[in-house]
Write a protein that binds this ligand. Structure first.
Ligand SMILES: [Fe+2]
Length: 234
């Protein structure tokens, strides 16, 4: 089983993964996955070190394995200080025993399906934040990460089952939130064959079903923005 959901923001929204709100976990194992679409928020460090430890231990105790792409609200210094590992065809940072960060620009194969992961986004409130305390410039991808994504998609023949991002392609992005990453994702959207594209960031649960006419004539798949919803995708 594979479920996907939206932003967690550290302890703020993590209750969506408790047994009461996510009872399906009772039939899951560590071979099953819950994917978070960015703004995971652990580890945050500093005064939150103890909270980080408690919640990561709590996630390790869940019956599933937690996977996340990064959003714009992550402590990238802590995240990128972890060693990278090869995992299911892509690159990860192991944050704890069963909490894994999916690196930008990787294609993973999970339960026979392929997933292109590309986290990151520009914070609209970055002017009011303090660099390296509660905001990190690595929230926006580097040239090397953009290239890694293009290389991984080329190796996959520009065809995957699912796309996992925090930001959205420019054609779906509101005018106030255009950024270099949205242009990159637009290029990916135009070239890539995919079934469904999941994104977070906008704190809403909305699915764009292009409809049967579109689906019969277009190679584009459909899109979901997720926040509280937990979508079962496999
Ligand atoms: Fe968020």
């Amino acid at each position: 089983m594979i479920y996907v959901t939206g932003d967690i923001h550290g302890e703020i929204d993590i209750a969506k993964l408790d047994e009461e709100r996510f009872p399906a976990q009772r039939s899951m194992t560590k071979e099953d996955y819950v994917i978070i679409l960015g703004d995971f928020g652990f580890p945050w460090g500093g005064e939150s070190e103890e909270t980080d430890r408690q919640y990561l231990a709590w996630l390790d105790e869940r019956p599933f394995t937690t996977l996340f792409i990064d959003g714009n609200h992550e402590n990238f210094d802590l995240l990128y200080a972890l060693p990278e590992e090869e995992w299911n065809g892509g690159r990860i940072h192991r944050v704890s025993k069963s909490v894994l960060h999916l690196c930008r620009g990787s294609v993973f194969t999970l339960q026979g399906k392929t997933f292109f992961a590309f986290g990151g986004a520009r914070s609209t409130d970055r002017e009011r934040r303090t660099p390296y305390v509660n905001w990190w410039p690595q929230e926006e991808p580097s040239k090397a990460e953009y290239q890694r994504g293009a290389d991984a998609l080329a190796a996959a023949g520009w065809k995957v089952d699912y796309v996992l991002t925090h930001a959205v392609p420019a054609s779906l992005s509101p005018d106030w939130n255009k950024e270099p990453l949205s242009n990159y994702l637009e290029t990916v959207k135009k070239k890539l064959r995919f079934t469904h594209w999941y994104f977070g960031h906008y704190h809403a649960d909305v699915t764009f079903h292009p409809g049967p006419w579109w689906q019969a004539r277009s190679r584009f798949g459909s899109f979901s923005c997720l926040y509280d919803a937990l979508d079962k995708i496999e």
